[in-house]
Design a protein around this ligand. Sequence first.
Ligand SMILES: [Fe+2]
Ligand SMILES: [Fe+2]
Length: 274
Amino acid sequence: MTDMLPLAQMAEAVLTTADAREKTALSRRFAAQWQAARAAGETSPVGHASPPLRPSRPAKPDLLDPRDVPRRRPGTPEGRKALLHAVAHIELNAVDLHWDIIARFTDTPMPAGFYDDWVKAADEESKHFNLMADCLEAMGSAYGALAAHANMWRAAEDTAHDLMGRLAVVPMVLEARGLDVTPGMIDIFRRAKDDPTAAGAVAALEVIYSEEVHHVAYGSKWFHFLCGRHELDPKEAFHGLVRRYFHGALKPPFNEEKRAEAGLPPDFYWPLAD
Ligand SMILES: [Fe+2]
Ligand SMILES: [Fe+2]
């Protein structure tokens, strides 16, 4: 594996790839290379890179202010397509977010396990995007066919200089929110008994739901690690950083069981709720 790129440069290459399927393919290939090297006991360099402030993205979908993205009733085929399109967009953002945390903070020394976790998460997000894009194509649509939310990268820009802020806002707030809302989405597709593509969507969303809990857990693990390094009280530090970088209150109801599984106790998120 001597011809392997340093990890931060792999991350930069994924971030600067615009086409969504190419991005996820490159992401999965780099993840496999890193994991094979680590399994062989090789010391894989992380190195340094120059990640772009915003990742490259395809020309479609059009990115709109969330208020301008049309809402469709979830009980209709069009509503179900819109839902999967929104999830595909979230997953593509997540691919970039995990490679960005790898490339952005290389001046902060972190154990190799930190990189292992985010490489694994990026690989899983790439699979999730592909699953959602496959479901859309099975429904006669595609990623890019509808408009998507424009400001999903805002959390990354707001925390581009603050690793603890990034961990607090991205995995521990945004990805934790995924744990709250995914069971409801799965129910929507379970109820769509007359739609031959719905069973495939249920299976794909169940994969996403089972893997997302680890991403939240990685966030909590490394947040606590850094709190230990800086002798900070984790709960107080979390509240301070979320109030500083996250715009708005957290929305109950919370999936308390899955959040607990991911290492997020109620006294972390309830004080930040509406
Ligand atoms: Fe995901
Ligand atoms: Fe995730």
